[in-house]
Design a protein around this ligand. Structure first.
Ligand code: EPZ
Length: 422
């Protein structure tokens, strides 16, 4: 297993290009199951999770070809489709459950393994099941697999979700576009990745209104055609790299960034003494003056503060002036990075969904272990500002969601290198 070594090296400067969004691409790729015609995704990120989705789609009978070194994904699904999403692939990546809606819409039946829990939470699928059941699906759990079928296909319906789940909204959208009649989803998730999926489906001939709001209306159509769609910028990768100059000092421009993608995050950065300026090409980030100030953070569904930036924000607040309280409201177990930051000298108390961070002057390098995707990058950020050397192990977590992290950070002056594992 590879590790990454980081040495604190003072202020950073330069530009970091932000890739297409992992969490958008993982929803866009299954949309290929909805049509016999090709779907081409441009600005695709090159990540191990994207390769896992490619493997899953291939097992279902779809073709996914990487072009331009993986930045373009040519997908199509015109042959026979296997309705079974196997546990061996699904257990590697939860987002595999995003084939359930499209398979049901295309075939009228599907057998999809339940992904099971992960490091950050139990992650049940009850909201997905309720939403698809509202469209007329009959879903039964047998030996760890969801067996779903319809009688005469899916039918439009009005459904209100108990929580604005991102994945359930995406599954409902991809099911309702081919359902008979009109569907209305209330308390829908509003994330930019949802908007991106709706725009792609519309380019394929779907009739959708209201994406980005809490109420989405879908008029079912008989068939969808092919399309080409650019994957939206990765707002979580963007937020992560915006924190690099905030933690180390200096000035960095994140190319492709837009404030609209990270507004609530920028409000917290502003309160912490970090300036964010939108330029023609991206977002320029630097400290206003002196030490970062403590701020309180509560994670919420979009447009609230993203849970996927909570760990990285904790790394910033570990050396802030004063005490910050972070409340994690989305996942029940998403403070695994705290004990690792404490190995670097951070002062953090975790009680259930609250973490109290007493800022210290300086962190010290130490060997630390990545426990999940966002925790891993928060340790790298902390290492960039720490005295001495930090060795982050188990970075396979990182490769799931960040492409070429060492190159991107080295380009702005960081001391960072990957150590190949056995
Ligand atoms: C998406 O996960 C993202 N993943 C996550 O990013 C992100 O943290 C999350 O949305 C919230 O923003 C992808 O898009 C691939 P949810 P998803 O359904 O769809 C509970 C990363 O780091 N819930 O909105 O799984 C659930 O357990 C990843 O890139 C149910 O209880 O998130 C969680 O506590 C991590 N029942 C909460 O809702 C359900 O049926 C939010 O889940 C569904 C969800």
């Amino acid at each position: 297993m590879d590790s990454i070594i980081v040495r604190g090296n003072g202020p950073l400067s330069g530009q970091i290009p932000i890739a297409g969004a992992k969490n958008a691409c993982l929803a866009l790729m299954p949309a290929t199951l909805l049509s016999e015609e090709p779907l081409t995704l441009t600005n695709a990120p090159r990540l191990s999770d994207i390769r896992t989705m490619r493997q899953l789609l291939a097992s279902l009978g779809a073709e996914v070809t990487e072009l331009q070194e993986g930045k373009v994904l040519a997908t199509s699904c015109h042959g026979a489709i296997n309705p079974v999403a196997d546990y061996d692939i699904v257990r590697k990546m939860r987002a595999s459950n995003l084939v359930l809606g499209p398979l049901l819409a295309r075939l009228g039946h599907a057998v999809v393994s339940l992904p099971g829990g992960c490091a950050i939470g139990a992650r049940p699928m009850d909201i997905h099941i309720d939403a698809l059941t509202a469209l007329g699906a009959e879903i039964e759990l047998k030996e760890g697999y969801l067996h779903a079928k319809t009688r005469g296909g899916l039918k439009g319906a009005v459904h209100e979700m108990r929580f604005a789940s991102v994945g359930a909204t995406e599954n409902f959208l991809m099911a309702a576009v081919l359902a008979k009649g009109t569907s209305v989803l209330k308390n829908a998730a509003r994330e930019p990745e949802i908007v991106d999926l709706a725009q792609c489906l519309r380019a394929m001939g779907a009739e959708i209104e209201g994406e980005g709001t809490s109420t989405i209306t879908i008029q079912g159509v008989d068939r969808l055609h092919g399309a080409t769609h650019p994957v939206v910028t990765d707002r979580i990768e963007l937020g992560t790299y915006m924190l690099a100059p905030a933690i180390c000092g200096g000035e960095v421009e994140c190319l492709g960034g837009k404030i609209a993608l990270v507004e609530s995050f920028c409000e917290k950065l502003d309160a912490a003494g970090i300036s964010v300026e939108e330029t023609a090409t991206g977002l320029k980030v630097k400290r206003k003056n002196g030490r970062v100030k403590a701020v309180d953070v509560v994670t919420e569904p979009f447009p609230g503060f993203p849970t996927d930036l909570q760990a990285q924000m904790m790394a910033l607040l570990a050396t802030a002036e004063g005490t910050s309280v972070l409340e994690e409201k989305i996942f029940e177990n998403r403070f695994m990075h705290a004990p690792e930051l404490m190995r670097m000298g951070a002062r953090i108390e975790v009680h259930g969904g609250h973490a109290t961070v007493h800022g210290v002057e300086k962190l010290k390098g130490a060997p630390v272990m990545a426990t999940d995707l966002r925790a891993s990058v928060s340790l790298i950020l902390a290492g960039l500002a720490a005295e001495g050397e930090t060795m982050v192990s188990r970075v396979y977590h990182l490769d799931r969601g960040y492409e070429r992290v060492e190159e991107k950070l080295r380009a702005v002056g960081a001391h960072i290198e990957r150590v190949q594992g056995e």
